[in-house]
Design a protein around this ligand. Sequence first.
Ligand code: NAP
Ligand code: GLV
Length: 310
Amino acid sequence: MAINLVYKGPQTRGECWQETVINALPDTKWHTWPHVPVPEQVDAIIAWTLPDNTFETYPNVKAVFSVGAGVDQLQPDRIPDTIKLIRLIDPSLTLQMQTYVLSSVMMIHRDHFLYQSQKAQRCWQQHNVALPHECTVSILGLGELGKAVASQLSSLGFRVNGWSRSAKQLDGVSTFHGQQGLSDMLANTHILVSLLPLTEETKGLINADTLATLPKGASVINAGRGEQIVDDDLLAALDSGHIQYAILDVFKHEPLAESHPYWTHPRVHVTPHIASITRNDTAGQRLAENLLRWQQGQPMIGEVNKQRGY
Ligand code: NAP
Ligand code: GLV
């Protein structure tokens, strides 16, 4: 079957992906949103977000491809049962996330916040250096990204915990699941990293209670989704000194408002949702591979369980 596609997104990415897809599947019909001559003939949509009336406009769509690893922004629960939802799984996303979390853990572990504040006062003062095996990093989410991040930190000598919905085993990582598992893990954590998808269950998970379960002086890194943190609770925990540092890549509202207290907080580091960015070259290859699998009747890579939301 020749696949009839609509792409919604930036032009440069669209041109790159169109070329890659047409090279792999020359009979594909590629359209750019919203210029679609016969919407009833569209089989699949590639997008980051979709307007509410999408499935009325394109009534015969059979698959939606997220341009990223996450799918919360596509609201999986409003995608009809008959339509497959596919997220991006790409080694280049995993590698970027490993380097983002590693650099963030190191920023905390090697006291760069402290030396930055000392620099502002031209203060030459040395502090003890902790070794990796004296630092416990706990990862929320042991999926494509969490597993790779956990294994890398473990290979560098950090003590690593990981929490997931279902029980897991991972070399060099102490694993936890469920509510009790979460509390046990938090109580034994120096640096907490969120690599969770955003679902009804993970929304607001990092709140006053969970932060209070962390030992005094723990730090938080969020590269999952902004809504997993209750911002006022994190700011209160930072201001009371219970939480030492926060490194945040994702926010409830993006771009982060100019007036948001995170921008000016001396113990918060902000990055603009760059922990792991979809690359046109590698992601285009992944898309073409998946379309080929679909055309050949094989399961696609990254198919989302819409009920679960990830
Ligand atoms: P994934 O492979 O689907 O893994 C998700 C993990 O979270 C799984 O281990 C899952 O547990 C766990 N999980 C989900 N709900 C849970 C719950 N209620 N309680 C405990 N554990 C739960 O996802 P991924 O590819 O690793 O990506 C994770 C997220 O990272 C994405 O959804 C996206 O939001 C975010 N992300 C951010 C950036 C960025 O630039 N900041 C880039 C890419 C992705 P099970 O294994 O038991 O199912
Ligand atoms: C980015 O946040 C992604 O989900 O790929």
